[in-house]
Design a protein around this ligand. Sequence first.
Ligand SMILES: Nc1nc2c(ncn2[C@@H]2O[C@H](COP(=O)(O)OP(=O)(O)OP(=O)(O)O)[C@@H](O)[C@H]2O)c(=O)[nH]1
Ligand SMILES: [Mg+2]
Length: 424
Amino acid sequence: MEKHLEERALLVGVNLNSKKDFDIESSMEELKELVKAAEGTPVSTVIQNKHRIDATFYSGKGKLSEIANYCDELDIDTVVFNDELSGAQLRNIEEVLERKVIDRTTLILDIFSRRATTKEGKLQVELAQLKYRLPRLTGLGTQLSRLGGGIGTRGPGEKKLETDRRHIESRVDEIRKQLKEVENVREVKRKNRLSSDIPIIALVGYTNAGKSTLFNELIKFSSEYSEEKDVYTEDMLFATLDTTLRKTNLPNGQKALVIDTVGFVSKLPTHLVAAFKGTLEEVNYADVLLHVVDVTNDDFDIQVKTTLDILKQLKATEKPIIAVFNKIDKKNSEDINYSIEGPKVYISAKEKINIDKLWNEIELALNDKFYRSNLLIPYADTDIASYIFNNYNVQKFEHKDNGTFIDVTLNNKDYNKYKKYIID
Ligand SMILES: Nc1nc2c(ncn2[C@@H]2O[C@H](COP(=O)(O)OP(=O)(O)OP(=O)(O)O)[C@@H](O)[C@H]2O)c(=O)[nH]1
Ligand SMILES: [Mg+2]
């Protein structure tokens, strides 16, 4: 029973004036982008200054009747709140506004649900959605009976939600079991990867920073590269969600793996972080993290903090992290005075500026792991020669009288292991 094809959204935020967070305008601007990413139409924005969030109505009750009037005037379908709402808040607000009410968490979950393409991704989002809905069943009850479609209605079917808690709980168990299986497969793959000792480079950062664009640039160095290996890039929040892993080569010839990961956002729902733990934990197995930052965003400093906070939650801040200030085709690097720990590089992934400098930093970060070596492997040890051929990009080789000569850059472990074959 939709009146129009578009879903017209009114955005509501409370300004708490806390200094460490995004200022309210930027936060609402981001909410607008999130609504667009969920294919809604942001029509207008309401901001209320308050000392704290109202436990009953989120904004004040007076403000809410004002919002109800706007809704009529502007022909609003859906009211989107900039924070997570409790079941009681949802119910109360909906009673006053008499239309669909969703919060920031539902919006993000909805976008994830649209973007997930792998079985694992889909299960993870559904798990997060169910965990979000479980304590809000009563709040959502009234709303769901009137829901037509659109944002927030994807994922677990509404019929399922109307049934009791137990039904949801058993679905949660079922998903957990299925996820466990997927995780086991992932674990096996991961073990294989780690045992081969090929270094792993993981891209992390705020959504829309340019991770996937850089990823596509970095994998071009693989001898096996073809365009269909590229991942999707778009000027849109959460363009890519599923983790992608591809082979590449460092300038020194060493093989490496690059991982593109899901982008972060402020107020990333905790259930989502928990549900995506399996995917996000990939960063823990990386040898170096490239923290991609969009310097054209006025709030990139807060985006950096948000990203580092989430990495801390994942216990991934012990890794070497290279700060990659991206999009310098649009901004002078001299104008970016931001101090950050560890190495940093200014690049443009899109215009391919300073990619070589980035590679240098990557090699440096992995440095203690690599040694250019000339080996002479006797024919009695051909299994070792074939191990090296299978796992490294050999620079040069020659079959000599007394064995195979190989010129190769070895990692630390193999260098120590095969020291006895090294010749000058
Ligand atoms: N001007 C400019 N734009 C860039 C650069 N790198 C990426 N972009 C653009 O930024 C937008 C986002 O790029 P993506 O690579 O999709 O970003 P992402 O970090 O993967 O984003 P999500 O997958 O949505 O988290 C796209 O429109 C890119 O074309 C750059 O160096 N300069
Ligand atoms: Mg991406």
